[in-house]
Write a protein that binds this ligand. Structure first.
Ligand code: NAP
Length: 287
């Protein structure tokens, strides 16, 4: 049985790992929230390790406020870059592995072809720049490590698009959603399951980056339409353009991830996003 620390446990993805933890008795999972372990503080890691030694870290801790990062640039880097440096330094000292998560927002390019892991990055906003900086820190590290780049994370937990649309549809007769940004939704529960299932494979750490998302590339408008449809709401969804709905941080218009590497190398096939959405809505309903 391997003992694994999961940081950022109260965040959206951290809660997804908590939700599936009981299915993976082969791992001894040890969840810590920011209150117990601040990844920007090296002494905080040492203290937790001393109380509860572990062999690896699944890092769900992050600064994830995409628009706010345009203002809090230093804070975003402190957590998403220097926090990762702390984890790396510690992991190298103790010979631990690190599994980390990053974002599709590291990409933007005119050509509309799904992005493979080795494609040139071009982060358009501060959040994505800080996440890319964290990826680079980890990729240089000597410990066993890999980063899962994921996109449009949703789940029954925390803040995400599915929950926002459900909330809006309860209070509004009509909502407008952008129809000119394309990506692949990632169901956090599926992601947590595949990480915990596959991490014991001998070839898991062969690559320092994998792209993972559920099957199917869509616009936010298509995503919202299905959420409304599956939840049997009468709220009307109308498409709009990004220029009609400006946000502080620029988002890529096309950041579809190619998941071929993870599918072939770790023998998995992500379920279609509609199926994942239905499972998520069921969990939200019966939570
Ligand atoms: N959400 C998405 O659509 C999306 C898309 C692509 C990639 N990702 C990536 O997926 C990962 C998980 O995202 P998420 O949606 O679960 O984010 P989240 O809900 O914001 O969770 C992050 C957690 O980390 C905690 N945290 C912040 N600073 C910390 C620190 N210094 N030390 C320890 N914990 C700290 C946060 O606590 P507080 O909330 O109290 O600050 C929060 O509980 C992140 O790496 C994110 O960049 C997310």
């Amino acid at each position: 049985m391997s003992s694994i620390l999961i940081t950022g446990a109260e965040g959206q993805l951290g809660q997804c790992f908590q939700a599936v933890a009981k299915e993976f008795t082969k791992h001894n999972l040890f969840f810590v929230s920011k209150k117990t372990l601040d990844i920007t503080k090296a002494e905080s890691l040492e203290k937790v390790y001393h109380q509860h030694p572990f062999e690896g870290i699944i890092n769900c801790a992050a600064y994830s406020k995409v628009d706010q990062a345009e203002i809090e640039i230093e804070k975003a880097h402190e957590i998403n870059e220097f926090g990762i440096q702390n984890l790396v330094t510690f992991a190298e000292q103790k010979d631990l592995f690190i599994i980390h998560f990053s974002t599709d927002y590291v990409f933007d390019i005119e050509e509309r072809m799904p992005f493979k892991e080795e494609h040139a990055t071009n982060p358009l906003n501060q959040y994505a720049q800080s996440k890319l900086a964290g990826e680079k820190v980890l990729s240089k590290s000597k410990c066993s490590h890999t980063t899962f780049r994921i996109s449009w994370l949703f789940s029954p937990f925390g803040n995400n698009f599915v929950k926002t649309i459900l909330k809006l549809s309860n209070s509004k007769e009509e909502i407008q959603v952008v129809n000119d940004q394309f990506g692949r939704p990632t169901y956090g529960i599926d992601l947590a399951r595949i990480v915990l299932e596959k991490l014991t494979l001998a070839n898991f750490f062969d690559f320092d980056c994998y792209h993972y998302a559920n099957e199917g590339a869509i616009s936010w408008f298509e995503f919202a339409t299905k959420i409304i449809d599956f939840s049997e709401s009468v709220c009307k969804v109308t498409p709009c353009s990004t220029s009609e709905y400006p946000t502080r941080a620029v988002r890529p218009s096309y950041s579809v991830l190619d998941t071929g590497r993870v599918e072939n190398h770790l023998s998995l096939s992500p379920s279609p996003w509609e199926n994942a959405l239905q499972r998520c809505l069921k969990r939200i309903h019966y939570k």
